[in-house]
Design a protein around this ligand. Structure first.
Ligand code: FAD
Length: 414
């Protein structure tokens, strides 16, 4: 009989298993992951869960009964180390424990892992990353004993965690290597807005920082200071490293699949061997935006992508090929700053800013060849809805009128 093995039981793997039943797949499904938790949602790990306003049960995707009722075999705490395969695509996945998991069809939903710093002292206790529930539990277990936190990296995870920790009464210093926050995901205007807004809210943010390493407390052996290249030292009982992720491509590589910043898949979520599925953060996909240049590829790290990509993969697995097209969206909550991004700003050549005088709200609209392609909306859900709607329906928002904060974007849709 048909037996689908999904390696990776998180946002993408869970959605793939659920959607497979949804599209009528009747074979066996094994959803397998290496974490010792029932599958859970990650976004709150740097937000409400870290702050302690929601507990772990709330993050769990589905009940045990759900998996039983759907006939989906859920396996926790098994790490796949190698895969052997026959010519017809079927094979066996071998776990570190010695357990073996046979399949007729394979899906890789193995996501990404936190990038680590390669610096003296980076292995000290108290130098942490935040990718999964165990990371978050470790961070929570030491947070009460810390007064000073250094966050390394001004990306979304770094800014979210820094905001949460500051809200919990910690002195937070955020060190960013680059000249601005958030890297390429947003334009410089949005990055500047975040810089000013976070500084106003009490984060000590430093840009263009070069790190030298970490020093331990002589008594506890735990991290106590961060040293910069210029010799300055910053006290920190916790260092949270948020410098991006590395896609988990090792299994795919060993299978001989094409890799390029992730597992390269086509518009149906199928890898280069024509049979293996790769979904979510680990997949390098053709730009899903309708009308995007055919050769443009991207790896997206978002809940929206994991879900929509997995739905497409489920169709592929039952032989109903539906192209992955859609308008990506993303959110990030940093204290009271609620960012929503609609579309992808890849290749933009014009930015229009909608700025309210109080600076409580901010929207950056991105244009490419005169057509709107994306927007960053901070505390502006109405702008977000308008842009997302426009992109979805292929409507335009004229750039020369969009900057007037007194004119609702909705009224400009053409
Ligand atoms: P992952 O979630 O990385 O899951 C992959 C799973 O596979 C993991 O459980 C991993 O342990 C397992 N695995 C890997 N290798 C093996 C193996 N060899 N054997 C067995 N199992 C294996 N997105 C948003 O849109 N908005 C947000 O606000 C937001 N906040 C976030 C906050 C945090 C702290 C984090 C970490 C992420 C956040 N994201 C957010 C991103 C979002 O959570 C990811 O895009 C999403 O989880 C990707 O899902 P995935 O299933 O592709 O990969």
């Amino acid at each position: 009989t048909d037996h689908m093995l999904i390696i990776g039981a998180s946002q993408a793997g869970v959605q793939l298993a659920v959607s497979l039943r949804g599209v009528g797949y009747e074979g066996e499904i094994t959803l397998l992951g290496d974490e010792n938790h029932r599958p859970y949602q990650r976004p709150a790990l740097s937000k409400e869960f870290l702050q302690g306003t929601i507990d772990k049960e709330k993050l769990i995707f589905r009940s045990n009964e759900f998996w039983e009722n759907e006939g989906i075999r859920l396996i926790k705490d098994e790490r796949i180390e190698s895969i052997t395969r026959a010519d017809d695509g079927s094979g066996v996945a071998h776990a570190r424990s010695g357990a073996q998991f046979p399949f007729t069809r394979l899906a890789l939903a193995v996501g990404a892992r936190a990038r680590k710093l390669d610096l003296p002292g980076a292995e000290l206790p108290g130098v942490l990353t935040l990718r999964n529930a165990d990371d978050a539990l470790e961070l929570k277990s030491v947070v009460d004993d810390a007064s000073d936190v250094v966050v390394i990296g001004g990306g979304f995870i770094g800014l979210e965690a820094a905001s949460s920790l500051h809200g919990m009464g910690k002195r937070v210093t955020l060190l960013e290597h680059g000249p601005r926050l958030v890297g390429r995901a947003v334009g410089p205007e949005t990055a500047d807005y975040f810089l000013e807004a976070h500084r106003q809210r009490g984060l000590d943010i430093r840009l263009n920082v070069r790190l030298a390493g970490f020093h331990a407390d002589a008594e506890t052996g735990r991290v106590a200071e961060v040293e910069l290249e210029d010799g300055k030292r910053i006290p920190a009982q916790i260092v949270l490293v948020g410098i991006g992720v590395i896609p988990n491509t090792e299994l795919a590589e060993a299978l001989g699949l094409e890799i390029n910043n992730g597992i390269v898949v086509d518009e149906y979520a199928i890898a280069s061997d024509g049979t293996t599925i790769a979904v979510g953060d680990v997949a390098n996909i053709p730009n899903p935006v309708p009308g995007a240049p055919a050769d443009e590829r991207i790896r997206l790290e978002s809940v929206n992508n994991a879900i929509e990509h997995a739905k497409v993969a489920a169709y592929s697995l039952v032989g109903r090929h539906e192209e992955y097209v859609g308008i990506p969206w993303f959110w990030s909550n940093q204290a009271d700053l609620k960012l929503q991004i609609a579309g992808l700003n890849l290749g933009y050549d014009q930015t229009v800013i909608r700025q309210d005088p109080t600076r409580d709200k901010f929207t950056a609209l991105y244009y490419r060849d005169g057509r709107i392609i994306a927007a960053d909306c901070i505390n502006s859900p109405v702008d977000f809805m308008a842009v997302r709607g426009a992109l979805t329906r292929g409507e335009q928002i004229p750039a020369d009128e969009a900057g007037d904060i007194d004119v609702p974007l909705k009224s400009l849709l053409r």
